[in-house]
Write a protein that binds this ligand. Sequence first.
Ligand SMILES: Cc1cc2nc3c(=O)[nH]c(=O)nc-3n(C[C@H](O)[C@H](O)[C@H](O)COP(=O)(O)O)c2cc1C
Length: 318
Amino acid sequence: MTIKEVSERTGISIDNLRYYERIGLIPPIPRNKSGIRDYDEIAIHWITFVLKFKKAGASLEAIIEYIKLATSEQDSKEARRAILFEIQEDLHNRIDKLTACLEMIDYKIENFDNLCDPITQKMIEEWKSKKEGNSMKKDLGSVLGLYPTPLVVVGAMVNGKANWLLVGHLGIMGHDHIMVSLSKSHYTNQGIKETKALSVNIVDESWLDKADYVGCVSGNKTDKSNVFRFYIGETGAPMIEEAKLSMECTVTDNYETNGFDNFILEISHTFAEESILNEVGKIDYEKLKPILFEMPNYTYLKTGETIAKCMALGKNIE
Ligand SMILES: Cc1cc2nc3c(=O)[nH]c(=O)nc-3n(C[C@H](O)[C@H](O)[C@H](O)COP(=O)(O)O)c2cc1C
C-alpha cells in the first residue's frame, strides 16, 4: 500500500507519516524494489496502535520507547507491560477527573433554575462573613416558623358519617386553590380520598372548644358525627352550622410528602353568615375574628384590629 493510500485510510498526512517513522514513533516501513515505502498490514496495525496511544495521552517518548522495545530482538515483555500500566493508570486518573467535571455539569444543568450565579454567590459569602461578626440572632435550625396560621375544622363523610378534624397546617395556592396538610394516619383522609369532597370551616372563639375536641380524638375510635350541627353541600361535604365561614371544596390533587397527604382543593362555594359581612357584602375579618394557631408553644391566638389598609403604609417610604 502506498503512503498516499495509508494517509487516506488513517487520516494522517503524508508528511506526518514520514515524520513518525523518522523519529521512531512507528517502526521502519518495508520498501519495494525501487526503495519506495510499501505499507503492509503489520505497518497499518502499528500506525493504528500508535494513534490510540496518542489519543490516550501517552507521551511521544513513552510510545517511541514502546515501539523500540517491541521491535528489538530481545525479550522486552515486562518492560512493555510496565509502560502499558503507566499509560493505563494515567488514563484512569484523567477519566476520573473528567467524570467529576461531567457530574458537576450534570448537576448544574439539572439545578440550573435554582443555582446562584457566581456574583450572587460572592455576595452571599461576603454577607455570611459579615453576619458572623454582627448578628445576635440564634439559629434554631430548620424549625417551622410560618405561624400563626388560620385554624380550621375540616369535615368529610367517612363511611357514611360526618367526621371532623382540626387543622392548622394549610395554605393558599394562587388565587383559586387552597391546601390542607393531613397526616396519613388520620381517619378523615379515608373519606376525603373516597368522596373527593370536604369542607374547610374557619374556627372562631365561639366554638373553639368543640374545634379543640375534634383535634383531640380520632374518628377511628370515637364517633364525632354529632359534635356539630351540619348541613350537606352540593358536593356531599358536611358543613358546620356553628362556623360563620365555611368553604365547600373538592380535591384536585394530593401532593404527598413523608407521612402526609397534602390535599390541593378547589373551592366550589363559600358560605358566610350575614353577621360577618360588611356593608358592601365582603367578609369582615374584624367581625369574624378567626382563631390562629401556632405550633411551637401549641397555643391558639386571637386576631386583632385593623392596622392599616394594604399598600397605604408603604407609600411613605421612598
Ligand atoms: C391545634 C391542633 C392543630 C392540628 N393541626 C393538624 C394539622 O394541620 N394536620 C393534621 O394532620 N392534624 C392536625 N391536628 C391533629 C388532628 O386534628 C387530630 O389528630 C384528629 O384527632 C384527627 O382526627 P381523625 O383521625 O378523626 O381524622 C391538629 C390538632 C390540634 C389540636
